[in-house]
Design a protein around this ligand. Structure first.
Ligand code: AMP
Ligand code: ZN
Length: 495
């Protein structure tokens, strides 16, 4: 029997502002769409946090036995500089500055995105569609919205008529805004705009002569509005109505609100049952962002090369740091906070390494394993409460250490349940990795290899080849092996 049949999972739905018992549209199957990155620069740790929250959700669904179609797109056109309908396309701007093709920008940062996510041990989504690969689908949606009378064309551009839509639908229901307030809070049009009202948003924009990312359409050579791609791709791969749509909290408005409006305009029904929003990673209490420079990049965390870091941290320690906060809470990054996470992570891995060497006794177990196991599920079933799950994992750590110190005993049956449950939650659900260097034969191949590299680095330094010695140190740090120079020579740590 599939595990999900025994577990009641509750998810906080941003649309209703309530935790609800989750029931997929088709039993056993889940359709989940998450807004992907705009590939015009390297992802920072804030972006990673949002994608990691949904990687954890995906992992738990899979563990429960659901068949999940997880669609996460790549935004490679249409996202303008100011998130609204004005300014240069972010990718085209980067291409202009770097003097390369926009598709070279897209390729470079898509590869970086994948490499980064691989380092953090992400599972790949089931489908990763691109905006530029779905221009035809986007044009079809615009035609449908025009046919319904909820969009209008001006000078080759097409805009969604928010005011007209709001007469029969509720624009603002996701973000808790209403049109009256929006009218009050947006500045009036400056006479340059083709829009009837400032709240309207672009479905299609006619390209200025210098705008190089352009496609033919019935209205003009131009490009789709940013919100449209997600409606086109989610509908194409998950249907007019699907289970879950996710993204960072900052996408709720206007992006997700506009997605709802577009889909409802076409199909007259709410496209998504559960809207999930992951909260922000901050640095010095300010949102990490590309535009302000207030961010830390994954490579900086792996190498420690950032003034805000006391040392390098491995991908798994970073993942553990993020999983110690609930996905709907703001998490502030600091070197001190992640150092504390590192200590916790090491303690957890030490206990897991100790577990396999524990003496199993014929006596009973001084720990209620089955109730502990259910507590782990209860934590995850309560809107993916990973901090509570981690607290439960530490109850097991305490017990393992007691058995090791012969202050408690464990039976074979409980030992098996404890081992498999820890494996499930630590590695499958949280996605952590144990870089234990002992292989089954007890030999120490990793240590031997790193020792070899340490010796090569010492030789390079003796020859004043600092480029090579730094390269060895940095590339080891990239894969989570940190070298430490002390007065007795160089040692290394992994985690
Ligand atoms: P973008 O590439 O700007 O479209 O962003 C990709 C994803 O990262 C979106 O889901 C954003 O909501 C999310 N994001 C951006 N900044 C942060 C942050 N500081 N913390 C968490 N998520 C973020
Ligand atoms: Zn989106």
């Amino acid at each position: 029997m599939q595990l999900y049949k025994n577990q009641e999972l509750k998810i906080y739905n941003s649309l209703t502002s309530k935790k609800e018992v989750f029931k997929p549209i088709n039993e056993g199957y889940i359709g989940m769409y998450v807004c992907g990155p705009t590939v015009y620069s390297n992802v920072h740790l804030g972006n990673v946090r949002t994608f990691m929250s949904f990687d954890m959700v995906f992992r738990y669904f899979k563990h429960l036995g659901y068949k999940v179609r997880y669609v996460r797109n790549i935004t490679d056109a249409g996202h303008l500089e100011n998130d609204a309908d004005e300014g240069e396309d972010r990718i085209a701007k980067k291409a202009r500055i770097e003097q390369i093709e926009p598709m070279e920008v897209v390729q470079m940062y898509t590869v970086d995105f994948h490499n980064t996510l691989n380092k953090f041990n992400f599972l790949p989504p089931s489908i990763e569609p691109t905006a530029t690969g779905h221009i035809i689908e986007q044009i079809e949606i615009i035609k449908e919205i025009l046919d319904k009378g909820l969009a209008y064309e001006v000078n080759g551009s097409v805009y969604f008529d928010v005011h007209k839509f709001n007469k029969t639908h509720n624009y603002g229901k996701l973000s808790g805004r209403n049109l009256e307030d929006l009218i009050h809070n947006t500045r009036t049009l400056d006479g340059q705009s083709d829009k009837k009202n400032p709240q309207d948003f672009a479905l299609w924009k006619k390209a200025e002569p210098q705008h190089i990312m352009r496609w033919p359409s019935p209205w003009s050579d131009g490009f789709p509005g940013w919100h449209l791609e997600c409606t086109a791709m989610s509908t194409k791969y998950l249907g007019e109505q699907f289970d879950i749509h996710g993204g960072g909290m900052d996408l709720k408005f206007p992006h997700h609100e506009c997605e709802i409006a577009q889909a409802e305009a076409c199909n007259n029904q709410s496209p998504v049952n559960v809207w999930m929003h992951a909260n922000m990673l901050t640095l010095n209490s300010q949102k990490m962002a590309k535009s302000t420079g207030n961010n830390i990049l994954p490579n900086e965390i792996f190498t420690g090369k950032n003034d805000k870091l006391s040392k390098p941290f491995s991908p798994s320690v970073t993942r553990f740091f993020m999983m110690q906060a609930h996905y709907r809470s703001i998490l502030d990054f600091s070197s001190v906070a992640i150092e504390a996470s590192e200590r916790g992570f090491n303690k957890l891995m030490d206990a897991i390494n100790t577990l396999s060497k524990l003496e199993v006794s014929k006596n009973t177990t001084n720990f209620n394993i089955s109730s502990w196991k259910q507590s782990c599920y209860d934590a995850m079933n309560d809107d993916f409460n990973t901090p509570i799950l981690i607290a439960e994992l530490f109850s097991a750590v305490k017990f393992i250490n007691q058995v090791k110190d012969e202050k408690a005993t464990i039976s074979q049956e409980d030992f098996d349940i404890l081992t498999s449950t820890l494996n499930v939650f630590v590695f499958d659900v949280l996605g952590l990795q144990n870089v234990s260097d002992n292989d089954a034969s007890g030999s120490n191949k990793l240590s031997d290899t790193v020792e070899l590299l340490i010796n090569m680095r010492a030789e390079a330094r003796a020859n004043k080849d600092f480029a090579l010695s730094d390269k060895i140190r940095d590339e080891l740090a990239d894969i989570g092996i940190q070298l430490k120079d002390g007065k007795d020579g160089t040692t290394f740590t992994t985690n």
